[in-house]
Ligand binder design. Sequence first.
Ligand SMILES: C[S@@+](CC[C@H](N)C(=O)[O-])C[C@H]1O[C@@H](n2cnc3c(N)ncnc32)[C@H](O)[C@@H]1O
Length: 298
Amino acid sequence: MVGEQITGAGGTQEFWTQTSANMPTLYDQELGPVFFVDFADDIARRAAAAAPLHVLEIAAGTGIVSRRLCDLLPAAAHLVVTDLNPAMLDVARGKFGPEEGVACQIADATALPFQDGGYDAVVCRFGVMFFPDKKKAYQEAYRVLAAGGRYLFSVWDSIDHNPLNRLVTDVAAGFCPADPPRIFQVPVAYHRIDPIRDLLDTVGFTDVKISVVGVQKTIADIAAFSQSLVYGGPLLGELRARRRPRPGGRRPRRGDAARVRPQFHAHPPPGNRIRDAAAVAGPRAAVLAVAAAVCASS
Ligand SMILES: C[S@@+](CC[C@H](N)C(=O)[O-])C[C@H]1O[C@@H](n2cnc3c(N)ncnc32)[C@H](O)[C@@H]1O
C-alpha cells in the first residue's frame, strides 16, 4: 500500500475545480504565506541547484513555486508551468511578465501533453497526494524527463506532524458529524517513505533521495486564515457536497482550539512547539518529504 489512500468525496482531484470563485486568490494570498512560501523556497532551490535548462512544473497551482523557480533558474532556462485547474493557473500566469518567457498551460499530471525526454527537471510541490493514479503520474514524469533528468516533488508528512490538519478535520466534522469531510486528511495521507521509494523504483527512477523538512509558523490573523481554510481550498466543495449551504456560517472559534489544544500539549508532535495557545491554528509545524529521483539513463 502506498501511504493511506483517502477515497470518496474530496479524495480526488475534481474538488480543486468545485470551490469558490476566489479560491485561488485565498489559497495564494492567505494560505500561501503560512503553508507554502517556505517550502517553495526549499524545493525551488533544490531544483535550481543543478541549473536545468528545461523545467516542467506539474500541479503548480497558483505558481508560488513557479515564481521562485523563475527567480532561481539560469536566465537561459525555459520553464513550463502546468496545473489541471484553469483558475489556479490564471493566478500563476499573472506572476510572470512576457519577457520572462514562462509558459503556462493546463495539463493533467497523469497524462502529460508533452513529448518524451524533453525536460531536465520536473517539479511538483504538494500535488502528488491528489493524483488518483500515482504510478501513472510517476511514469509520466519519468517519460518526459531526459536521461539523467531529475524529478523533485514534495508531500506533507503524516497528520501527527501536521496538527493543523487534525484541528481542521475536527472542526469540519462539527458541521456534519455523520459524514465528516476528510479532505484535510488527504494531503497528509501519502507520507510513507518506503512505499514511495518502491514505486519510484518500479517506474525506473534511480538514486532516490528523500529529506524531511520542518517549518514552524505563527499565524497573524486567525480569523482571515480560518476563513481561507474553508474558501481557499477543496474543503468548501466537501461541505457543499454534504448539502451544508453555509459552511462559513459557523466560523472556527477560539473554543475550537481550546478543545483540541490540550492534546497538543499532552502529546506534542516531535519537533513541534505550541507558542501561542490562544490561536485557533496559531503555531503550526509542518514536515514534508522532498524526494529527488533521477531518471535512469536509457
Ligand atoms: C495543494 S495544491 C498545490 C499547488 C502548488 N503546487 C503549491 O504547492 O502551491 C494541489 C494542486 O494540484 C492540482 N491537481 C490535482 N490533481 C491534478 C492532476 N491530476 N494534474 C495536475 N494538477 C492536479 C490542483 O489543481 C491544485 O492546484
